[in-house]
Design a protein around this ligand. Structure first.
Ligand code: ATP
Ligand code: MG
Length: 248
């Protein structure tokens, strides 16, 4: 049974459709890459999956339960979010908290965990992303790559069943991209289920199990990543891949 299945997600902003019926099925351990041109609806789709935006239409099955995405109660939203993590392009760390405090905050406040236990988990997660030696640093004392790895540790601390990443490396200087992708690659190898919106086509090709090309609010093409990149079927997909390759 799929861990996550969404059907026919639609969303408009001010009368302009941004998502026009997007469906997706995710098995446990899948790494799904979502690629596509700017404005295609990638962020909106990911945000709808975690109810940071409310879809106008769509159904979700997650962890064995069914939801009407357009009419979610706060109880239902919390029920889903309890098992999901979200990693933002700009890290979204608390500026006035250390790396460790950023990671433990959710455990202590939302999960009512005691401080010692939260810190033990927090240190374990910081270790996992190579940030244990900077546990007491504030975001202003970290590089972008370090901040993003801390944000990943924060997501991991909640033991999520799935993590959503929205262009996790696109705010980073080129020399810092690798360290974040390497942490994500390790997670994928450990079997973490992830949906990753990315412009890093090499990462999508090598690490993701499935790639989705989203443009104009619809899935233009999707498939197992090896096939997707080796033999894209749609002319539009081929054109996009060619343009992306020559972007740098
Ligand atoms: N809160 C909002 N209010 C109005 N329009 C929005 C809002 N959020 C997104 N849009 C519009 O929806 C469309 C899709 O945006 P979205 O951010 O999902 O694209 P994207 O594929 O993530 O693009 P990028 O690669 O640039 O991040 C765009 O035209 C955008 O201007
Ligand atoms: Mg986006």
């Amino acid at each position: 049974m799929a861990l996550l299945k969404v059907n026919n997600v639609a969303k408009s902003f001010d009368g302009s459709p941004v998502l026009n019926g997007v469906s997706l099925s995710v098995e446990q351990g899948d790494v799904i890459a979502i690629i596509g041109p700017s404005g295609g609806g990638k962020t909106t789709f990911l945000r709808c999956l975690n109810f940071l935006e409310t879809a106008d239409q769509g159904t979700m099955k997650f962890d064995g339960k069914s939801y009407d995405m357009a009419h979610m109660s706060s109880k239902e939203i919390n029920e889903v979010r309890r098992h999901t993590g979200f990693v933002f392009q700009n890290y979204n760390l608390f500026r006035n908290k250390t790396a460790l405090q950023n990671v433990t905050e959710g455990l202590i406040v939302a999960r009512k965990m005691n401080k010692e236990q939260a810190e033990e988990i927090g240190m374990r997660m910081l270790e996992k992303v190579g940030m244990a030696d900077r546990a007491n640093h504030y975001p202003s004392q970290m590089s972008g790559g370090q901040q993003q790895r801390t944000a990943i540790a924060r997501a991991l601390a909640q033991s999520p069943k799935i993590i959503y990443f929205d262009e996790p490396t696109s705010a980073l200087d080129p020399e810092l991209i690798g360290e974040v992708l390497s942490v994500m690659r390790d997670l994928a190898n450990e079997g973490m289920t992830m949906i990753v919106v990315t412009h890093e086509l090499e990462f999508a090709k090598q690490v993701s199990s499935k790639t989705i090309f989203l443009e104009g609010g619809v899935i233009v093409e999707e498939g197992p990543s090896k096939e997707f990149f080796a033999h894209p079927e749609r002319p539009r997909t081929r054109e996009f891949l060619r343009l992306e390759e020559t972007r740098f």
